[in-house]
Design a binder for this molecule. Structure first.
Ligand code: ACO
Length: 402
């Protein structure tokens, strides 16, 4: 029932592409993905090399500024971030307003949105100095906000950041430490979390990054744009998948551990039954991040004493699915978050918190895209067209005639 002559907009033919499966909204130099070959590169560097050799802070610099930092640049960047980790005391009180069992994702997005009320100098998105200081403030303060969201949910006192520690170490201490008690950061745990952050740091025009760009295209400030990105990430088809995988594995275990039966229910498309952590819009061969995680999941879980029964279930599920025509025909493979939930759980994070960890990892990517867009002279306000399928013109019907 679509009138094709109506598909001609003011600037040419309007294409209908639900989910933007084949529509590019921008050009970008930040991230390269070849979904058929399973390739992911940040600024040209293969994810495998960055995972092995780099650190999250260095990768953040690379994504945002375009090049790997030299030692002086890295030291300066690290020191600037560590000098901005404190939250304003009034912002600290902001957490009191949420219910105790508040999900940490809306707490995170609200607090980030509130940052623009504390730093109103940063509201003008074209002042390079303001953009620079907002970048640093976000990178520095998001781990503190995340740790406070956690402390709030478990009813424990907040810890001020210890700026002698690195970003990940500081976050772990603020999350799991107690005031006036020494907290030894476990270097294996810190390295594993740093690796997971690297793997999540960017993924070109995914749902949350596209949201950050769309909101930013109206010249909304960086805090407001990132807050919107966090809300997009909240959904179970995107960042919420890492929590959903764990809930799925627990459900299978509690129902007796029959992996075959669960796969059958997925294939029958029973309502609400999906193989969470499987499938990806772009990767139709394998997700290179999942390959890296799978390699390390075993080591980390053994070292941290994770729940092996769930890891066994995950492995059985993967094996089952990869040998099944339904998944093979649809090119459904494990994505990055099939195994991350198990690792986060072994680290001691509650399930609800997993998506917050994704947000901490994705932050430098969001910032890099927002900055690239603001500096691109081709940027216009994002304003998709539509194909109207509603009523044609009709006359108003009086109440007595309805
Ligand atoms: N389990 C079962 N079937 C699936 C799954 C899945 N996880 N994913 C896709 N399919 C099926 C669809 O039902 C569809 O089948 P059909 O052709 O018979 O209708 C076919 O595969 C194609 O799927 P689409 O939904 O068209 O794929 P799309 O690219 O739109 O979706 C998505 C990608 C959202 C990631 C999807 O695979 C999914 O829902 N996966 C589970 C959630 C998940 O793990 N999300 C994390 C994504 S990665 C990230 O954000 C880090």
């Amino acid at each position: 029932g679509i009138n094709v002559s109506k598909l001609l907009g003011t600037t040419g033919l309007v294409t209908l592409d639900p989910g933007f499966v084949n529509t590019a909204a921008c050009s970008s130099e930040i991230c390269f993905i070849d979904g058929d070959a399973g390739i992911l590169r940040y600024r040209g560097y293969p994810i495998e090399q960055l995972a092995e050799k780099s650190t999250f802070i260095e990768v953040s610099y690379l994504l945002i500024y375009g090049e790997l930092p030299n030692q002086t640049q890295l030291d300066e960047f690290t020191s600037k971030i560590s000098r901005h980790t404190l939250l304003h005391e009034d912002l600290k009180r902001f957490f009191d307003g949420f219910p105790r069992d508040a999900h940490p994702m809306p707490v995170l997005s609200s607090a980030v949105s509130a940052l623009s009320t504390f730093y109103q100098d940063s509201l003008w998105p074209f002042d390079q100095d303001h953009v620079e200081i907002s970048t640093i403030r976000l990178l520095a303060k998001l781990p503190t906000i995340a740790a406070y969201a956690y402390k709030k949910s478990v009813g424990q006192p907040f810890l001020y950041p210890d700026n002698s520690l690195g970003l990940v170490e500081n976050f772990l201490r603020m999350t799991f430490g107690f005031p006036a008690e020494p907290y030894e950061v476990d270097p294996d745990l810190a390295r594993a979390l740093d690796l997971l952050f690297i793997l999540h740091a960017d993924h070109e025009q995914n749902c949350s990054t596209s949201t950050v760009r769309l909101v930013g295209s109206s010249e909304a400030n960086l805090f407001a744009s990132i807050s919107a990105g966090i809300n997009a990430l909240f959904g179970p088809l995107h960042g919420g998948a890492n929590s959903a995988v764990l809930e799925m594995l627990e459900r299978i275990r509690d129902d007796g551990g029959d992996v075959g039966d669960f796969v059958k229910r997925v294939k029958n498309k029973e309502e609400g039954v999906k193989l969470m952590g499987f499938g990806h819009r772009v990767y139709k061969n394998y997700d290179p991040r999942a390959a890296i995680i799978k390699k390390t999941a075993d080591d980390i879980l053994t070292r941290l004493g994770g729940d092996d029964s769930l890891l066994d279930l995950a492995k059985q599920l993967e094996e089952h699915a990869l040998a099944d025509d339904y998944f093979v025909e649809r090119k459904l493979y494990p994505n990055v978050d099939f195994y991350t939930g198990l690792i986060y759980r072994a680290m001691g994070f509650p399930t609800k918190f997993f998506t917050v960890l994704f947000a901490l990892g994705r932050l430098p990517g969001w910032i890099a895209h927002w900055r690239e867009m603001m500096n691109d002279p081709a940027t216009k306000i994002g304003r998709p067209r539509q194909v109207y399928t509603g009523h044609t013109e009709r006359d108003y019907v009086a109440m007595s005639g309805r």
